[in-house]
Design a binder for this molecule. Structure first.
Ligand SMILES: [Zn+2]
Ligand SMILES: [Zn+2]
Length: 135
């Protein structure tokens, strides 16, 4: 275990900067504070929700991929916690990440309703399945 000198903080995006106080978003280039409400280590940008493939296990910074990860879906855990699903643009791996208290609510909602906005079947089928014929 080697400790990084404090100066490493001024070199964002270097993979040896373990546990920096902040990092720069790969997608919107915002400077992101590593401390996030409601989660132990922030792994995605609260402004655009994109992430970066730096972890193999959450928080280990052990991946060599380092490609950007797109937020593609939201799932719900027991108890109602929302979890983001990220897909890596480099290797295609899927990661699940807890949402943070300051993630953009509008963007989270946009991702959550995306499949409802584009149903793969006609919506009137749903009415028939529920026994209420559309008049
Ligand atoms: Zn961002
Ligand atoms: Zn990857």
């Amino acid at each position: 275990m080697s400790r990084q000198p404090r100066a490493a903080r001024s070199r964002p995006l270097t993979r040896d900067a373990r546990g920096p106080a902040s990092w720069r978003c790969v997608h919107c280039h915002a400077e992101v504070d590593a401390a996030a409400p409601g989660t132990e280590h922030r792994n995605h940008c609260p402004h655009c929700l994109w992430s970066r493939h730096v972890d193999i296990e959450p928080g280990d910074r052990a991946s060599d991929c380092l490609a950007s990860m797109e937020p593609i879906a939201i799932t719900v855990r027991k108890g109602g916690e929302w979890v983001l699903i990220h897909r890596c643009n480099g290797c295609g791996e899927l990661h699940t990440n807890r949402t943070a208290g300051d993630d953009s609510p509008l963007l989270l909602l946009q991702i959550a309703i995306r499949p409802l906005a584009q149903p793969p079947f006609p919506l009137e089928l749903l009415g028939r399945m529920l026994g209420s014929e559309p008049s």
